[in-house]
Design a protein around this ligand. Structure first.
Ligand SMILES: *Cc1c(COP(=O)(O)O)cnc(C)c1O
Length: 406
């Protein structure tokens, strides 16, 4: 008898020898940060809540009585706002009644889509490193996880075209894309996306794309939804959420958009995961998606400035880092600080809070145990810059004054 939860724990790297589930590395590092009074640049959630007017809109909705189950697909006004957002930003036209589904964050959309469309015997291809819930959902579905490394190359992280072609086979059911990419901060180029699209068409695979950082791009990079590439609209489910875009991660309002028959499949699963949720948040996010472009631009500017501060500080402290074009994160190579006692990124992340008063997470936490990518990135760690000015200043001062090379 096997229990699916064990596969899930294993896929997420959380299986411990005694049959229990370990806390995630994010929880472990946050606990360590709290215990040591460290500036927590580990877990990536904002210190500052999103715009007051959006929060007030949710309060108004509670007062106005929007407190019972919303429709399973989400309220009409939010589905229309999501369709409007996709059309305004990317020229993607969607029927809000059949091609948009509101979910409990991007996480539920991802899990419901993977459970709906993949099962035992199917292969699901992702980039590696990957967001932890992607691997867990693939394991829940009982499907096989195949990865394509995203490895340091010429100052950034890149997809190797040959490895991608070899990974996508007739057994590939789904290709899971994530751009802007967590944890590396990579924004996939049109060429990389075209290569992925070509392999998807050749294998007749469906693409699921996690675009939760779609608006958090820097240096003039542009986010290209893979659904906009030729031939991709009919085989792509595009997933995003309000959490990162509006600094409201606890509201868990997400969505998935794509062709009606695929949305129907996701709905069939989603309605028995949560059915629906977030009644008063849905109208507030509808307004945010319609009238919040200035707030998004302001967040992007604030984060851009924090990104520069952190990058400069990491360089002064002695790290080699990759300049991220998107997301909340900077990845850095901790090799100069490693010693016999602190031999890799995971050990460094556990050592740093007590010795320098800063927390980060190792990139190996986003890789499969023992994989080639885990090996290539074994000395790398991820820092987030989505922290208030005081926390970031504290972290920067400590990294520069308390760290010395091993
Ligand atoms: C934060 C995050 C999510 C989760 O989004 P929710 O809307 O909070 O469920 C999904 N994918 C990536 C890559 C993330 O960083």
């Amino acid at each position: 008898m096997t229990s699916r939860w064990k596969d899930v724990a294993m896929a997420a790297g959380l299986a411990s020898g005694d049959g229990t589930v370990r806390p995630t590395i994010f929880a472990e590092m946050s606990a360590l940060a709290a215990a040591t009074g460290s500036a927590n640049l580990g877990q990536g959630f904002p210190d500052e809540d999103g715009p007051a007017w959006i929060r007030e809109a949710a309060v108004d909705a509670i007062r106005a009585g929007e407190n019972q189950y919303p429709p399973g697909r989400g309220i009409q006004r939010l589905r229309e706002a999501i369709a409007g957002h996709q059309s305004r930003h990317y020229g993607i036209d969607l029927d809000p009644d059949t091609e948009v589904l509101v979910t409990a964050g991007a996480t539920e959309a991802l899990t419901a889509a993977i459970l709906a469309l993949a099962g035992p015997g199917d292969e699901v291809v992702t980039l590696e490193p990957f967001y932890d819930s992607h691997a867990a959902a693939i394991a829940m579905a009982g499907a096989t996880h195949v990865t394509v490394p995203l490895v340091p190359s010429g100052g950034g992280f890149a997809v190797d075209r040959a490895v991608l072609s070899a990974a996508v086979t007739p057994h590939t059911k789904l290709i899971l894309v994530n751009s802007p990419h967590n944890p590396t901060g990579t924004v996939l180029t049109r060429e990389e996306l075209s290569d992925i699209a070509a392999t998807a068409v050749a294998a007749d695979a469906i693409v699921i794309t996690d675009e939760v950082y779609e608006h958090l791009v820097f240096d003039g990079a542009s986010h290209i939804p893979i659904a906009t590439l030729p031939g991709m609209r009919e085989r792509t489910l595009t997933i995003s959420s309000a959490g990162k875009t509006f600094s409201l991660t606890g509201w868990k309002v997400g969505w998935v958009a794509g062709p009606a028959h695929l949305i129907e499949a996701v709905l069939a699963v989603k309605q028995f995961l949560t059915y629906s949720g977030g009644a008063p948040f849905q109208p507030a996010i509808a307004s945010a998606l319609t009238d919040g472009d200035a707030d998004i631009a302001e967040l992007r500017e604030t984060l851009d400035a924090r990104r520069e501060l952190l990058l400069a500080s990491l360089t002064r402290a002695g790290f080699t880092s990759v300049r991220p074009q998107g997301t909340y994160f900077v990845c850095a190579d901790a090799t100069p600080f490693l010693t016999d006692a602190v031999p890799d990124g995971a050990a460094f992340a556990r050592w740093l809070p007590a010795h320098a008063g800063v927390a980060c997470v190792p990139l190996s936490a986003f890789c499969r145990a023992g994989s080639e990518t885990a090996d290539a990135l074994s000395n790398w760690v991820r820092f987030t810059f989505v922290k208030d000015d005081a926390t970031l200043a504290t972290a920067i001062e400590r990294l520069e004054t308390r760290l010395s090379r091993g």
